[in-house]
Design a protein. Structure first.
Length: 372
């Protein structure tokens, strides 16, 4: 049965990786400014934001997901995340916590590489080749992946003639092929961040870069839970009690009053992060990883006319994520397992072939009818 996508978080010690995980989930990974504060591989559930099918069919008011949530067509779909101890140079030789953690991450479908752009956590200087080899030589692969990686760079010279430059190209091609990677440039509110962001932007594909402040996201979510602010994850807007009163709500949305110190922290965060960058960037990290993987949300329903999956009028209760190029048969196997399928219906009750490719807006709402 096709397994669910797994997004791995990697990065140097103290780059803000565990804080990023905490900002994406409700996990309580230990946070500290020293190596190996995460001493066990940490799996947690994050939430990928997608456009829900309920918006397309104008039934957002009745959308009630079994898992995650949906707010007026903005759906949060559970996705599994993996965080391990920060990798250090020499990890492939057992240094730090060694190969065990490299082995944990090799199962990931894509990576979010958390980079401290404040420049305050450079563990050791090393050549690019040493860094790449040290961080990724423990990952597994197949001969097909290796072949595609060599084809990607058009390498013809024999192995014994490889230069350091060739090795670097091969390793980079392997990473690009096996692990589509998002570079989460963290701590963007630090004074030295701009110059480091500029350096990295010259070396990486801009489409793979997301600017973020994980600690800001954690702070905002905590204040929202405590009832001090109104905040939607991934948004640039934060409303306080005073803001809502100015907008005409005499009760201020029922929010608590903040003291001057807390008000100043929120205002500084708005100026330094939200207004400048458009969001904390954390939610966008997952969205960009999903884009690199080509993940397609599919909505299994029992009734393709009402979009319900049981008693009551709730719609689009379930959503599964499949990789780009998946067929209707792949989705059926993921949803139904080994249960025999008599036929499959799409929107409007039309029969759908198992060989059809699922895409956003095409064969992404399906009803599987058991039987032989």
């Amino acid at each position: 049965m096709p397994r669910d996508p797994l997004i791995g978080l990697v990065g140097k010690p103290s780059s803000g990786k565990s804080t990023t995980l905490n900002s994406l989930t409700d996990a309580s990974s230990k946070v500290g400014n020293f190596p190996f504060t995460t001493i066990d591989p940490q799996r947690a559930i994050g939430y990928l934001q997608i456009e829900c099918a309920c918006q397309r069919f104008n039934v957002a008011d009745r959308c009630k997901p079994n898992y995650g949530s949906c707010d007026n067509g903005r759906r949060s779909v559970p996705i599994e995340l993996l965080d391990v101890a920060g990798l250090v140079p020499g990890a492939h030789q057992g240094r730090g916590l060694g190969n065990k953690f490299l082995d944990d991450l090799r199962h990931a479908d894509a990576l979010i590489h958390v980079v401290d752009v404040s420049g305050t956590t450079d563990a050791e200087e090393s050549t690019a080749v040493e860094t790449l080899q040290g961080q990724f030589s423990g990952y597994g692969s197949t001969s097909t992946t290796v072949a595609r990686c060599l084809d990607r760079i058009g390498l013809k010279e024999p192995l014994e003639d490889w230069s350091d430059d060739t090795i670097e190209r091969v390793v980079q091609a392997f990473i690009d092929e096996k692990f589509p990677t998002v570079f989460a440039l963290n701590k963007i509110d630090h004074p030295d961040a701009d110059k480091n962001i500029s350096k990295i932007a010259k070396m990486q594909d801009p489409k793979s870069i997301v600017l973020c402040s994980a600690i800001s996201e954690v702070f905002l979510r905590r204040l929202a839970k405590q009832g001090y602010i109104k905040y939607t994850e991934g948004s640039e807007f934060v409303d306080t009690r005073e803001d809502l009163i100015e907008m005409g709500d005499p009760d201020g949305g029922g929010l608590k009053e903040m003291d001057e110190k807390l008000k100043n922290r929120v205002e500084n965060l708005k100026d330094m992060v939200l207004y400048r960058f458009g969001s904390t960037g954390v939610v966008q990290c997952l969205s960009r990883a999903a884009e690199l993987l080509g993940l397609v949300p599919v909505f299994p329903v029992r009734n393709v006319h009402t979009f319900s999956s049981g008693a009551g009028n709730a719609v689009f209760r379930d959503c599964v994520l499949v990789k780009k190029g998946s067929t209707v048969a792949d989705v059926a196997h993921k949803v139904m397992g080994d249960v025999p399928i008599s036929y499959i219906e799409g929107v409007g009750g039309t029969r759908v072939s198992e060989d059809e490719i699922v895409e956003v807006g095409k064969h992404d709402v399906l009803s599987f009818k058991p039987g032989r």
